[in-house]
Design a protein around this ligand. Structure first.
Ligand code: FES
Length: 101
């Protein structure tokens, strides 16, 4: 595991996504009441911006054509197949750290 600092916790709005470029990967990070989660930022359908999707609980809806994913697992909720990588997150004091290795 190789964690790197992603952002300050306060940089993530509650129940919203934010896109980051981490080690050449586009990552969508979400802050919820259950914690911070991160998945691939490009939708498995046609590359839509997952971070801009509407979030309800742990379900994000891609803004382009409505595919839905569990942000804690990367599983597509229609097919039940894992379609996005999900990345370990650690909260260290007021900072968010991520492992994209
Ligand atoms: S690109 Fe995400 S649903 Fe089509």
């Amino acid at each position: 595991m190789s964690f790197q600092r992603l952002c300050l916790l306060e940089d993530l709005e509650l129940n919203r996504g934010k896109e980051f470029l981490v080690a050449d990967k586009i990552v969508a990070a979400f802050r919820t009441n259950e914690g911070v989660f991160a998945v691939d930022g490009m939708c498995a359908h046609q590359g839509g911006p997952v971070a801009q999707g509407e979030l309800q609980g742990k379900c994000v809806t891609c803004p382009w054509h409505g595919w839905q994913y569990d942000i804690s697992t990367g599983v597509n909720l229609l097919s039940q197949k894992k379609m996005l990588a999900n990345y370990p997150i650690e909260i260290r004091s007021d900072e968010v750290w991520i492992d994209v290795a």
